[in-house]
Design a protein around this ligand. Structure first.
Ligand SMILES: [Zn+2]
Length: 257
């Protein structure tokens, strides 16, 4: 059985010298594919370098909405330059975060819009962070889709069944992270049951959001299996089927087949 961690932040800044062992542990657990996600120019560049030398890994490049107020003037150009090399398979992560107020909302909207237009211009999928902002996120995606085609990934999805249905109708893929394994997350498991198998992704968001039984500790891609098993039980599907489908979905989105 092979698993695909569709969203992890694997870079030397977050893992230090441990990074090779983290990747080796993932592979020996069956997590043979990973999409390494950028949040700034530096980790996006590191992710592209890592993906360039590690089989099964691809990367995304973008600026996280919580960081857009503090970046230097040239940082957006660095991300655009990296994406224009063709070494990167997705734009992101980008999006809107109304839970934290690290950056003014208008600035977040401006950067989200830039990422969406860039993804559409390059024909790449876009990886989206949305926290207490799903209405505005979906509205901006509707606007983008009126301009042209786009494949959006809503990562670490925590919306309602109605929001999931709206996102699916507009062509989104929905990623579920370790939170879905928490005992208190019964509502989220109900939402996960409503997602068509061909739109479902699994992720760790490493080093954040460890699933049970690792809650509170540093997360790593090997742990995505716990999220997969929890989703398979909730949805009443064999783990083999869920692993195969979520791997095929991520391979299709990130051209990592
Ligand atoms: Zn992330």
């Amino acid at each position: 059985m092979a698993f695909y961690d569709s969203h992890c932040h694997l870079d030397p800044m977050r893992y230090g010298e441990d990074l090779p062992q983290v990747i080796a542990r993932a592979r020996s657990a069956g997590v043979t594919k990973m999409t390494v996600i950028g949040t700034r120019a530096a980790d996006s560049e590191a992710a592209a370098d890592l993906a360039g030398r590690e089989p099964g890994l691809v990367s995304a490049a973008g600026i996280h909405p919580n960081d857009v107020a503090e970046i230097p003037a040239d940082e957006w150009d660095r991300v655009v330059r990296l994406l224009s090399t063709g070494r990167v398979r997705a734009v992101g992560e980008t999006g809107l975060d109304w839970f934290r107020d690290f950056a003014p909302r208008e600035l977040q909207r401006d950067f989200f819009d830039r990422h969406l237009r860039l993804a559409q211009g390059l024909g790449l999928p876009v990886v989206i962070h949305t926290r207490e902002s799903i209405r505005d996120t979906l509205d901006m995606l509707h606007d983008a889709l009126r301009r042209g085609p786009l494949v959006p990934v809503l990562h670490s999805f925590t919306g309602t069944p109605a929001e999931a249905a709206e996102a699916i109708a507009m062509g989104c893929y929905l990623g579920f992270a370790g939170m879905v394994t928490f005992r208190s997350a019964g509502d989220l498991r109900e939402v996960a049951k409503t997602v068509p198998l061909d739109r479902l992704l699994i992720e760790t968001d490493s080093p954040f959001l460890s699933p049970e039984p690792f809650r509170g500790r540093r997360n790593e891609p090997a742990h995505v299996i716990h999220t997969a098993r929890c989703l398979a039980i909730a949805r009443g599907e064999p783990l083999e089927k869920l692993a195969a489908a979520t791997t095929a979905n991520a391979e299709r989105v990130f051209s990592n087949g």
